[in-house]
Design a protein around this ligand. Structure first.
Ligand SMILES: [Zn+2]
Length: 295
C-alpha cells in the first residue's frame, strides 16, 4: 500500500501544474467577452484570425464563433508547453523561428511572480509582462506582433488572479507542496498547485456548458473595481495564506470539507474578477482606435 501511495505521489508531483486549467482560462475569457463592445470584438476577432495557430483553435473549439475562438486563444500559452515547435529557454537550445511568432520560447517565467514575505519580487515576470503586453497592444501597428501578444494577455490576466501564481518563494507556487484530497477520486494525492488549478471545473469544458457556468458565476459574484496590475498582484498575494490547508491527514495536509468549500468560492470569485478586468482592459486598448490592427 505504501509503495502504491508513493507511486501515486510520484506521478502527481511529476506533472508540474501551470495555471488555472483550460476551463479556468476559458471562463475568464467568456466573462471578458461579454464586457467587450462590438467594435472591440471585431478588432480582436481580426487579430486572432491572423494568429498562426488560429486553425488549431477552430479545430479544438469545433466552432467558428468569435467568442469560442477567443476562449481557445486564452489557453494558447499553456498549449505550447508540450509543443515541440517551442523550447524552454532555461535548458534547451532555441527551436527554429516560425512565421507569425515573435519568438519560439515558452516563456514559463511569464506565468508567475514569486514574492518574499516583505512583498519583494524574487522571480517571475507575470505582472511586468501584463503591463508590457497591454502597452504593446495599445501602441503597436504591427499586425504580427498584435496577434502574438493578444493570447498572452488573455492568459496572463487569468493567471495573476490565481493566488498561487503570486506564490510563496521556495515552494514553486505550491507545486512542491503535497496534499491529500478526498474530494477527487481520480487524483486523491496531488500538489497543492494542481488542486487549485482544477477548481474551475473539468478542462474539457467548452461551448454551451461553459457559457452556463459563466452565467452562474456572473449571477453570484459582483463586478470588482478595475484597479491596477499591482492591485491584482497584491490581492492574490494577500489571499495566498488561505490557499494552504491547515488540517493534517495521516500522511499529508488534507483538504477538509470547509477548506474545499472556501477554496471553490475563492477560485470562482477570482475567475469573475479576472474576466471583468480583462474585458475592461481590452475595451481600453482596442476601443479608441477603430482601425487598430488593420494594415
Ligand atoms: Zn499560465
Amino acid at each position: 500500500m505504501y509503495r502504491f501511495l508513493t507511486t501515486l505521489l510520484f506521478f502527481a508531483l511529476a506533472l508540474p501544474a501551470h495555471a488555472w486549467n483550460a476551463a479556468g482560462h476559458r471562463l475568464v475569457a467568456v466573462i471578458a467577452w461579454q464586457q467587450l463592445s462590438p467594435p472591440v470584438r471585431e478588432a480582436i476577432n481580426i487579430a486572432l484570425a491572423r494568429h498562426p495557430d488560429h486553425g488549431r483553435w477552430l479545430a479544438s473549439a469545433r466552432s467558428s464563433d468569435a467568442g469560442d475562438l477567443f476562449a481557445e486563444a486564452a489557453t494558447w500559452p499553456d498549449d505550447i508547453r508540450n509543443d515541440p515547435r517551442f523550447y524552454d529557454e532555461d535548458h534547451e537550445p532555441p527551436t527554429p523561428a516560425l512565421p507569425g511568432f515573435a519568438d519560439t520560447a515558452r516563456h514559463k517565467r511569464w506565468h508567475y511572480v514569486d514574492l518574499d514575505v516583505t512583498g519583494k519580487v524574487q522571480s517571475g515576470e507575470l505582472d511586468q509582462q501584463i503591463e508590457r503586453l497591454a502597452k504593446l497592444l495599445k501602441t503597436s501597428r504591427n499586425t504580427e506582433q498584435i496577434s502574438y501578444a493578444l493570447p498572452w494577455l488573455l492568459h496572463l490576466v487569468g493567471d495573476i488572479h490565481q493566488p498561487l501564481h503570486v506564490g510563496r518563494h521556495g515552494d514553486e507556487g505550491g507545486n512542491q507542496v503535497e496534499i491529500e484530497n478526498p474530494f477527487n477520486k481520480r487524483l486523491p494525492f496531488s500538489s497543492l498547485h494542481l488542486y487549485w488549478d482544477d477548481l474551475p471545473g473539468p478542462p474539457w469544458l467548452r461551448g454551451r456548458r461553459l457559457d452556463d457556468v459563466a452565467s452562474h458565476l456572473l449571477a453570484r459574484y459582483p463586478a470588482p473595481e478595475q484597479g491596477s496590475v499591482s492591485l491584482w498582484r497584491k490581492e492574490s498575494h494577500d489571499l495566498l495564506p488561505a490557499t494552504y490547508p491547515g488540517k493534517q491527514g495521516s500522511l499529508l495536509p488534507i483538504i477538509s470539507e470547509d477548506f474545499h468549500r472556501a477554496s471553490r468560492d475563492m477560485a470562482n470569485r477570482r475567475l469573475v474578477e479576472a474576466g471583468y478586468r480583462l474585458g475592461r482592459l481590452l475595451n481600453g486598448i482596442f476601443g479608441n482606435t477603430m482601425s487598430h490592427g488593420t494594415p
